[in-house]
Write a protein that binds this ligand. Sequence first.
Ligand SMILES: Nc1nc2c(ncn2[C@@H]2O[C@H](COP(=O)(O)OP(=O)(O)O)[C@@H](O)[C@H]2O)c(=O)[nH]1
Ligand SMILES: [Mg+2]
Length: 291
Amino acid sequence: MHHSGFVNIIGNPNVGKSSLLNELIGEKLAIINAKAQTTRHRIFGIYNDDDYQIVFSDLPGVIKPAYKMQESMMGFVKEALQDADLFLFMAELGDRQFKDERILAKLQEAEEPLYVAINKIDLGDQASLDAEMAYWSEKFPKAKKIFPISVKEKFNLKELFHSIKSEIPEGPEWFPKDQLSDKNDRFIVSEIIREKILTNFQQEIPYSVQVLVEGFQEEPDIIRTRAVIIVARDSQKNIIIGKGGSMIKKFGTQARKSMEEYYGKKVFLETFVKVDKDWRDDDRKLKKYGY
Ligand SMILES: Nc1nc2c(ncn2[C@@H]2O[C@H](COP(=O)(O)OP(=O)(O)O)[C@@H](O)[C@H]2O)c(=O)[nH]1
Ligand SMILES: [Mg+2]
């Protein structure tokens, strides 16, 4: 008998949702960063074995939208409230605020089983963990299980995974068994580049950048790919490029190395920078960039 189902991971920005997804499926699929709002889309990470297919959804952290791109980000979260077989609410030690009462209410009343994972327990002691467990079990009286975890130290992840597995109903294969994600290579390349931009720049740059991959050709020994880095203003273009091209060269090389690791192959990466004024607030442009 085959089992399949959707496990949707919901929580505040920065609690470790993308880190957990990567651990659960054993691949670095979703980008991880200490900056909030790193994840902008819904990303499927698919776990496969002979008898199971579990589709984990990594999602943007729940926020109050301030511009159109963020509205679209919260649209992905709302969609994920509709199609879960299991909800995994994720919190981190010491972070109890939740920005959207309606999402909270929906989770509290959900028919589907709800698990709570409290992450980053490596950062606290037993007393703070006890207080946190008490808080969340009161907040989610219907929660079937609460797991203290540390993705960083890989603590309690196997137990969490086995428990999740036991909740997955009978069902067909939704995706081919060798498929790891619903996202294609162009998306993965653009996310790898965006990750390097997030780690190399401060302030508004991480929130103003979009990466559009225009070419991806896989040859026997090399992958050739071409990416346009889109910014919202001229001044941002200069920052991205850096003095004499130093910055774009630096993060471009880092991105290429990550891609070579991910694909196990040599990569030739070309990068360009383009200004697309105020793209984050323009419906037509957002659509073009996949929001
Ligand atoms: N100390 C600690 N840090 C963690 C743990 N899990 C994730 N992080 C860090 O928390 C930050 C946010 O992680 P990320 O997965 O991007 O969170 P997301 O926004 O919920 O997807 C990153 O800097 C991670 O390295 C953990 O168990 N312990
Ligand atoms: Mg994330």
